[in-house]
Design a binder for this molecule. Sequence first.
Ligand SMILES: *[C@@H]1O[C@H](CO)[C@@H](O)[C@H](O)[C@H]1NC(C)=O
Ligand SMILES: *[C@@H]1O[C@H](CO)[C@@H](O)[C@H](O)[C@H]1NC(C)=O
Ligand SMILES: *[C@@H]1O[C@H](CO)[C@@H](O)[C@H](O)[C@H]1NC(C)=O
Ligand SMILES: *[C@@H]1O[C@H](CO)[C@@H](O)[C@H](O)[C@H]1NC(C)=O
Ligand SMILES: *[C@@H]1O[C@H](CO)[C@@H](O)[C@H](O)[C@H]1NC(C)=O
Length: 243
Amino acid sequence: MAFTPLSFLLITLTPLFLFFSHQVSAQAPGPAAAGPLNFTAILEKGGQYTTLLRLLSDTQVANQIDNQLNTSSEGLTVFAPTDNAFNNLKAGTLNGLSREDQVNLILFHICPKYYTLSDLLTVPNPVRTQFSTDGLNFTGQGRQVNVTSGMVETQVNNALRMQSPLAVYQVDAVLLPPSLFGAKPPASAPPPAKSTPAAKDGNNTKTKASGPSSDDSTGDSSKTRVGLGLFVGIGIACMAALS
Ligand SMILES: *[C@@H]1O[C@H](CO)[C@@H](O)[C@H](O)[C@H]1NC(C)=O
Ligand SMILES: *[C@@H]1O[C@H](CO)[C@@H](O)[C@H](O)[C@H]1NC(C)=O
Ligand SMILES: *[C@@H]1O[C@H](CO)[C@@H](O)[C@H](O)[C@H]1NC(C)=O
Ligand SMILES: *[C@@H]1O[C@H](CO)[C@@H](O)[C@H](O)[C@H]1NC(C)=O
Ligand SMILES: *[C@@H]1O[C@H](CO)[C@@H](O)[C@H](O)[C@H]1NC(C)=O
């Protein structure tokens, strides 16, 4: 029996296809959901997340979330600050951040794993976020779950969605990561010191250290790239193993 190139290709690809289709069906159990999972649509339906939606779109983190939901088997948990939460920030807080740090601020609200509310009561602290530098701590009493960043503590309210692979919870405060907002000089301050817009506060004693170490967010984006590379690498390894 001669092995034509075509039959060889089929023999190689068929198990690969079965492997991946199995992975996909394992990720999406249960009855077919209505349409594909759409994170921004969940927030839009919530009706009080316009600031978050704008940030997600400006920083392109929304795309990153969609990609991750497609490729991650662990799922995601998002803590979504309401418009009120953003309004309660000190004036100029958001605009005072570089684009990189706006990305970091949002990534801090996302955990790379799906957690139900009761998972949050038992998960060991601190819990990893997509902003690798800082984690979140969860504490609870009865059925109430609190989340703290070390700088901000608030209750985890109202699940906008709690179904694997995505959980979205309302929070009424923006969770501020200590490495961006803490007393210590932020490690991620960009070297060319820009004039801070907080001057109008009159009392801006915060020192912007222009230290040589920086680049939290380039770390994050390169991590995304590493993740993608790993994914592609596994695919290649599978093909190599099967051929
Ligand atoms: C997700 O929902 C938003 C808002 O409803 C819509 O603009 C967008 O096209 C949707 N994306 C996908 C991939 O369906
Ligand atoms: C996610 O996967 C679905 C189906 O596999 C596809 O239609 C969609 O374009 C993907 N979205 C992203 C952001 O990759
Ligand atoms: C989070 O919990 C860990 C372990 O209990 C503790 O070491 C750490 O200080 C806590 N961090 C914050 C920000 O509460
Ligand atoms: C949760 O946080 C609120 C403040 O938002 C606080 O009043 C309450 O005591 C906290 N509860 C627990 C169990 O830590
Ligand atoms: C400025 O800071 C000093 C101490 O750092 C404080 O005593 C003073 O009340 C502050 N003034 C304003 C306007 O916040």
